[in-house]
Design a protein around this ligand. Structure first.
Ligand SMILES: [Zn+2]
Length: 349
């Protein structure tokens, strides 16, 4: 949505001037650019071409339409969201920006906190729920079309690993600019250097590869999803340096070695999903397109999860097991991690 309050924070991506409403979008009173808002979000992308593209713009990744509807948080996404809530303690009065919001599902999952949310992404694969209830912007994370110090909190999930070192610096500097002094940002990403426990994850992935070779698993979408990882952060020391350069202190960190999680998500959940998709394809009319089966299966699964019946509670039980990855290995340094960065006021830098 485009709420009246969005106009207090949204800025022209070219000249950082406050925008004036010009239904259905907005206009810049300074450089006179007009911004489209006819699709339920403001398109504030800068004119300059994007030097870096992400695979998330690739339609092939969205053929299964996983962005259209939002199911309750489960499996890895529940673990991430629970960490987010523990690290950020969202409360009424918080103004939060989701940097790289995707479908907007993380904002939906946290609406109950009473905070207000603005989501920004480079591609407009927003869910209907998010379009109905959150302020949404299309824009470049390296050049946020947002006012200085407009937000109390921010998060960025599964985004940093897609950036080059330069883009990461630009993105974090912009995040720091739009946060109030002492504002906090939650990130989930990974560094290149893994800990010894990563051998467990590698074994699970090798098992997945083996299952794929004998035709029991199809990991093509997952491979496409990871194919544009640039992994700009070398190790956790590097993280502290990169954060400090952008005006942040790394205040809290929990490592995440998803050994049980990799088995549950990359193998078990994929097999169930592909079985359901095959069943849906078999019952679909023969003219249906290639993605129809998996789309129908996903829509069906999400409806069942939203009804919170047996399937939901079974998946919740599996999610509970996946928590062991946080409880057992959360203190051991490893590649993937959750962190809270706190903005240093300028005089302290
Ligand atoms: Zn302007």
């Amino acid at each position: 949505m485009i709420s009246p309050s969005l106009f207090t924070t949204a800025r022209c991506p070219e000249c950082v001037t406050a925008l004036t409403p010009q239904p259905p979008g907005a206009a810049c009173p300074s450089c006179h650019r007009v911004f489209d808002g006819s699709r339920g979000y403001l398109d504030l992308r800068p004119i300059a071409a994007f030097a870096e593209q992400t695979k998330y713009l690739d339609d092939a990744l969205h053929i299964d339409a996983r962005h259209e509807t939002v199911a309750p948080p489960l499996l890895g996404s529940k673990i991430r969201n629970d960490r987010l809530r523990a690290f950020l303690a969202l409360a009424p009065g918080d103004r939060v920006v989701d940097l790289g919001c995707g479908s907007g599902r993380t904002m939906i999952w946290n609406r109950d906190t009473g905070a207000s949310f603005t989501g920004i992404d480079i591609s407009a694969f927003f869910s209907k729920d998010a379009l109905d209830s959150c302020d949404l912007l299309l824009g470049d994370l390296r050049r946020l079309p947002l006012a200085d110090k407009a937000f109390t909190k921010a998060w960025s999930l599964d985004v940093l690993e897609h950036l080059s070192p330069q883009a990461l610096h630009d993105m974090l500097s912009e995040a720091s600019r739009v946060l109030a002094d002492h504002g906090v940002m939650f990130v989930y990403t990974h560094v290149r250097k893994n800990g010894p426990l990563a051998v467990g994850v590698r074994l699970v992935n090798r098992l997945a590869d083996g299952l794929e070779r004998i035709g029991l698993l199809d990991l093509r979408t997952e491979r496409l999803r990871k194919s544009d990882h640039l992994n700009p952060i070398a190790d956790h020391e590097d993280l502290r340096r990169v954060a400090a350069d952008a005006g942040f202190d790394v205040e809290r960190i929990t490592y995440y070695t998803p050994i049980i999680g990799a088995f549950m998500e990359n193998i078990l959940a994929r097999m169930v999903e592909q079985r359901l998709a095959r069943r849906a394809t078999a019952s679909a009319p023969p003219t249906a397109d290639a993605g129809a089966g998996i789309r129908a299966a996903r829509a069906n699964a999400k409806t069942r999860l939203r009804k919170r019946g047996g399937v939901y509670w079974a998946t919740r039980a599996v999610t509970g097991l996946m928590y062991l990855d946080v409880l057992l290995w959360g203190r051991f340094t490893s590649g993937p991690f959750f962190a809270r960065l706190r903005k240093r006021p300028r005089r302290d830098r």
